[in-house]
Design a protein around this ligand. Structure first.
Ligand code: KMH
Ligand code: ZN
Length: 287
């Protein structure tokens, strides 16, 4: 693996890795009743999304009041329960909510997930700021290497790609030996969710990296279609969009995965199995 800029981020090959991000930290259960917030709801969602074609689940959890939490006991129970009931790769969010302190975000890895998100820079996030200073990025990355947790590099802005190059150059390859990125597009304050920006961002990724993309809100479909046409993988879910079509709320995460799987299949790149995803990403099966 090199960290050279490359038009050469690896072509996705025949199958499409679909990640579902079912919950997030931002939506309110009262406003979005279909949002999975309890462990039972999350496990049911995981099973449905697995059947619909997802291979990875990006997990944020909620407390008894349905508020975002990074409680380690709950996170550990969640990793265990999703592993027990599906063969999905369990990727815990280390981003949490914008209010979560760095030490709680670092402690997420103590729940021993298969994988985790690792955001490569600070970004304005609507009216808030999602803080990821260089020192924190390095500390989190070192812990993923120590624990053998495979990071997915979350890139909200083009500057985050430069930081990813810097990180790999200073600290070497990730656990699993393979670089996989997720372009999170259309956040107010981050890079826009359009095809031109996606192509530019992909051009700047490290050589040999694979990548997925997701568009927030109304950029979900343009980004999904651009990612498929540019040879990328997909992330979908109610963390990123709660509207299925104009005026029509999402009723379940599974319908977002089903739509992504159908479009990927139309593009002759059907959903990738969890086993194939493990092999591509270098994620060992800990079950
Ligand atoms: N909830 C956002 C502040 C991640 O999961 O790593 C951060 C986020 C990124 O969702
Ligand atoms: Zn997230």
């Amino acid at each position: 693996m090199t960290t050279d800029s490359a038009a050469a981020a690896k072509p996705a090959g025949p199958a499409t890795l679909i990640t579902v991000a079912p919950t997030g930290s931002e939506s309110d259960k009262a406003a979005v009743p279909a949002l999975p917030v309890t462990l039972d709801e999350l496990v049911t969602t995981a099973k449905e999304c697995s059947a619909a074609g997802a291979a990875v689940i990006h997990v944020h959890i909620r407390d008894a009041a349905a508020k975002p939490t990074l409680d380690l006991g709950r996170l550990t129970d969640t990793v265990y329960a999703v592993r027990e009931s599906t063969d999905l790769i369990v990727q815990l969010s280390t981003g949490g909510a914008v209010t979560d302190p760095y030490e709680h975000r670092l402690a997420v890895l103590d729940a021993r997930p298969d994988a985790c998100s690792l955001t490569c820079g600070t970004v304005n996030f609507g009216d808030d700021v999602f803080m990821n200073p260089w020192g924190f990025i390095k500390e989190l990355y070192a812990k993923t290497q120590e624990y053998g947790v495979v990071p997915e590099f979350e890139l909200f802005d083009r500057g985050h790609i430069a930081t990813l190059h810097r990180l790999l150059a200073e600290m070497g390859p990730p656990a699993g030996g393979h670089v996989h990125c997720d372009l999170v597009m259309g956040v107010p304050g981050g890079m826009p969710g359009d095809a031109a920006t996606l192509v530019q961002a992909v051009y700047e990724l490290p050589a040999g990296a694979t990548w997925s993309a997701t568009g927030i809100g109304r950029t979900a479909l343009p980004v999904l279609l651009a990612a498929l046409s540019a040879g990328g993988h997909l992330r979908v879910g109610m963390e990123d969009t709660v509207t299925f079509a104009r005026g029509r709320p999402v009723t379940s995460n599974a319908e977002l995965v089903e739509r992504a799987a159908a479009l990927a299949s139309l593009a002759q790149r059907p959903p990738m199995s969890p086993a194939a995803a493990r092999s591509m990403l270098g994620v060992p099966d800990r079950r």
